[in-house]
Structures are given as structure tokens and as C-alpha cells.
Design a protein around this ligand. Structure first.
Ligand code: C2O
Ligand code: CU
Ligand code: CU
Length: 458
């Protein structure tokens, strides 16, 4: 084992006490976006972006129904703004430049404050200089606890990130023109919590809540677990109310950028045995992204002992009265020159929603893709006219998949849906949160080259 993995393994005692191994409890301490350096592989990688000079962005902990105060200061020389992915909060706290706030210049402070209505696994990332700052590391996990503990012995957060490094472990450019016009530009060094295959200790026979978050800018992970008994208990933050089969090597779980899956894991009884989170990457043998290692005498818990997660208070759409809105995701006819605000442009446009490429962060004169009436139910028909997959994300609202021309979609509440090649899917929601809500692909190269828009709820 490498030295820093060992250190982290030791630190995972904190994990056994309930935190994910590293984290910040809700406090009013400033979150300072700043340059960082870190040994991701062998040499120190410079030019990272985090909330401290030498560590990954911490897990931010909150509690359902309790106010969170998150003062964010920009200590970089670029503009930024922080977004809280999946949180159904007030529009003004959503962190989208020009749409909900002005970009934050160097030294500026923005005091985010909101009360999470939902428990579950969420995450945060910038929405200005998104390509740069995310690719360089600024993606962190948020854990919103249920008011009552479901009965786990410990918890483990896994933040999956793929970095694009050169042979001296320094950053390669985060995007290529070729990648942006296709599936995106992939990293070449896959990490969990910025580590290469970390091992975390948890009580033998104990019940672990494993929260897996794909915060990558590009990669869709194909995941499964080996070595212990497990159950999927939440998907994209929200409790799973139906039985969904556990993924396997043959049928792995597709987890796109922005998506989350929570497993309840029963650790093996034998000391030293592991539960492995396995990923299958194209052209490579399957391998563990992270491992949970059983330590101590078995506490002999059983998955049956867990209390079911309470359902989040998301309104159920009234399908009989829902109005239809259509969205087409595809290439952009012209290519088009994006405008450049303060939030970084890749310099070209390849993508569009409803044939309109988003003209850059400072989008002026672009109206909403749809205007929804507050409190009403809607069906959104999402049509992918491209050969690429798109994790389509809507801010501020949760939606439920209804049907697809390609597959049976389990009705799992979400904020990010992976739209397959040539798929036409219908999703439903209640437009119960007023504001202008960004609606975009979470492959950041697609988002930043046109595949963005917003939906207005009034
Ligand atoms: Cu993860 Cu527009 O956000
Ligand atoms: Cu979001
Ligand atoms: Cu996309």
C-alpha cells in the first residue's frame, strides 16, 4: 500500500465514528476557494483548486430541515460561483452566474444560506470557470442527514474523480476540441477521494452507508460491488422505494457525472476481508476504485436491522393534468461563436437544446427554454438526437422518469438523468420552486459548448 493510502486508512477511524473520513460539520467557517497542490500520483500536482491548500474539498455535512450557512470566499484570481447540486433551495442561493447571482471576483465573498428540504447525498461545484476549476479538483460531496439515524455503524463517502495528468503528474488541458464535439475529453488517472484505490477500515460485520458520488467532468462510471452483502438504498439523493437489483460485473450500474448512489453494505465477518467498489473502464480490466476492509471482531449486524430511509418531501406530479414540454438535445447547426463573460469559454459551440446553443455564461437576450406555472405538473420529453450520452441535469427541482423508447425506467426520483444514444425519455415534475433553473448536460465540455439553457418557474 502506498504511504498516503495507509495514512488515510488510519484516518478512516474517523469514518467508523460516523464522518466520511474527512469533513466539516455545519459551521459558519468561510469556505475559501483557493489554489492547492496535492500528490495525486507520484509527484506533487500543482494548480489544483480546493478549499484548503493541500487537501481535497471536504465533505460538507448538514441536516434535513436545518439551516446551513456557507460563506464562500474566492481566493483565486479568476471568477467563480458555487452551486449546490441537487438541492431544492431558493433560486438566489443556486450559484449560477448571471442567472441567479453575479460572478464572484477575486477576494469576494458570497454568503450562501439555505435549509435543505431533502436528506441524502448531494455535492457542490463551481458554476463559473466550471471547466477549469472542476477539472482541477473543486468538486466536493454534501451529506444531508435524516433527522433520525437509520442505524448504520459507520459511513463512507467516495468521491470519484478522473484527472488528466501528464507524465510529470501536472495537468493536461482539461478539454480538447475533438472531445468537446464528441463524448468529452477523458482523464487518465482515476481516483476516489483524490487517492488511487484507497482502503478504508470499517468494523467487521458492521453496517456501512456507502455514498458513491461521480463528480467527474466527463466519465460515466460502470460500477458494481463485490465481497459483501449490499442493497441500493438511495439514488441521486432520494431514498429508493422499490427493489432494484444489485449491479454485477455483467450488468454494472451506469453512474454519470453528477449522479450518486447510496449502498447499505454489510461488512464481511472475517478480519481483513474487503468489499470492493469495482469500475470497468473501457479497454482496461475491471479494478477496485476503493475498498472497505473489515477490522476487529465481527459485530454481526444484519441489513434487515436498518430502518428504511424516510421519503423526501417531493410533490408527486399529477400525470392526468400534466402539460407536455419538449426538449431536443443535439448538435448546433452553425457551430456559432460563444460569447465570453467572466466565467470562461471553450471558444466554440457544438451543442444545442431546442436547436439553440447557449451563447456562453453571460448569455444575454436568451430566454427560458420553457416557462412553467408554479405548482403545476409537467411532463418533459427529452429527445437525444446525438450518438453521445448526456447526463441531463435540472437545478432546483426533482423529477421522476416515466418512460423511454429504449428501456424500462425505474421511477427513481432524481435531478440528473443519463440520456442514452437516440433515447427519447419522458420525465415528470411539479414546478413547485420558483425561479430560473439551469438545465444542462453535466459533461462539462457539452455544458460549456452549447448544451445549456434554463427553465423558468413563475
Ligand atoms: Cu451540478 Cu448546473 O450543476
Ligand atoms: Cu445542479
Ligand atoms: Cu452531454
Amino acid at each position: 500500500m502506498k504511504r498516503r493510502e495507509f495514512l488515510l486508512g488510519g484516518g478512516a477511524a474517523a469514518g467508523a465514528l460516523g464522518l466520511g473520513g474527512f469533513g466539516l460539520a455545519a459551521s459558519t467557517q468561510e469556505l475559501i476557494i483557493q489554489p492547492a497542490s496535492y500528490t495525486l500520483r507520484d509527484q506533487v500536482t500543482a494548480g489544483m483548486v480546493s478549499l484548503s491548500p493541500g487537501a481535497p474539498p471536504p465533505v460538507l455535512y448538514g441536516r434535513q430541515g436545518e439551516v446551513m450557512r456557507l460563506p464562500v470566499r474566492n481566493a483565486t484570481s479568476d471568477y467563480t460561483a458555487m452551486h449546490w447540486h441537487g438541492m431544492r433551495i431558493a433560486n438566489g442561493m443556486d450559484g449560477v452566474p448571471y442567472l441567479t447571482q453575479m460572478p464572484m471576483g477575486a477576494g469576494e465573498l458570497f454568503e450562501y444560506e439555505f435549509t435543505p428540504p431533502d436528506a441524502g447525498t448531494y455535492w457542490y461545484h463551481p458554476h463559473c470557470m466550471t471547466m477549469d476549476q472542476m477539472a482541477h479538483g473543486l468538486t466536493g460531496v454534501m451529506v444531508i442527514a435524516e433527522p433520525e439515524d437509520p442505524g448504520f455503524d459507520s459511513e463512507q463517502v467516495i468521491n470519484l474523480r478522473d484527472f488528466r495528468l501528464d507524465e510529470r503528474d501536472q495537468f493536461l488541458p482539461p478539454y480538447t476540441k475533438r472531445g468537446a464535439a464528441r463524448a468529452g475529453t477523458f482523464g487518465n488517472f482515476q481516483t476516489a477521494n483524490w487517492l488511487d484505490g484507497p482502503v478504508y477500515d470499517h468494523s467487521a460485520g458492521g453496517l456501512v452507508r456507502l455514498r458513491v458520488v461521480n463528480t467527474d467532468t466527463t466519465r460515466i462510471y460502470k460500477l458494481h460491488l463485490t465481497g459483501g452483502e449490499a442493497r441500493i438504498i438511495a439514488w441521486d439523493g432520494h431514498p429508493v422505494e422499490i427493489n432494484i437489483p444489485l449491479p454485477s460485473a455483467e450488468e454494472p450500474l451506469l453512474v454519470g457525472p453528477g449522479q450518486r448512489v447510496d449502498f447499505a453494505v454489510a461488512m464481511p465477518a472475517g478480519e481483513g476481508q474487503t468489499v470492493d467498489l469495482i469500475a470497468k473502464l473501457p479497454g482496461q480490466p475491471a479494478r477496485p476504485m476503493a475498498q472497505l476492509r473489515a477490522v476487529g471482531a465481527s459485530v454481526a449486524r444484519d441489513l434487515q436491522e436498518l430502518r428504511p430511509l424516510p421519503v423526501n418531501p417531493v410533490a408527486k406530479p399529477d400525470l392526468a393534468r400534466a402539460e407536455l414540454r419538449e426538449f431536443v438535445f443535439g448538435w448546433t447547426p452553425e457551430g456559432g461563436q460563444p460569447n465570453n463573460g467572466f466565467c470562461g469559454s471553450l471558444g466554440y459551440n457544438f451543442w444545442s437544446i431546442n436547436r439553440t446553443p447557449w451563447p456562453g455564461d453571460a448569455a444575454q437576450g436568451v430566454g427560458p427554454l420553457a416557462t412553467l406555472e408554479q405548482g403545476k405538473s409537467y411532463v418533459l420529453r427529452l429527445r437525444n438526437e446525438s450518438p453521445n450520452l448526456h447526463p441531463i441535469h435540472l437545478h432546483g427541482l426533482a423529477f421522476v422518469p416515466l418512460k423511454s423508447n429504449l428501456r424500462t425506467l425505474p421511477p427513481l426520483m432524481t435531478d440528473t438523468m443519463l440520456l442514452l444514444k437516440d433515447e427519447v425519455a419522458e420525465i415528470a415534475l411539479v414546478a413547485d420552486n420558483p425561479g430560473d433553473w439551469a438545465f444542462h448536460c453535466h459533461v462539462i465540455e457539452h455544458q460549456k459548448t452549447g448544451l445549456t439553457g434554463f427553465i423558468r418557474v413563475i
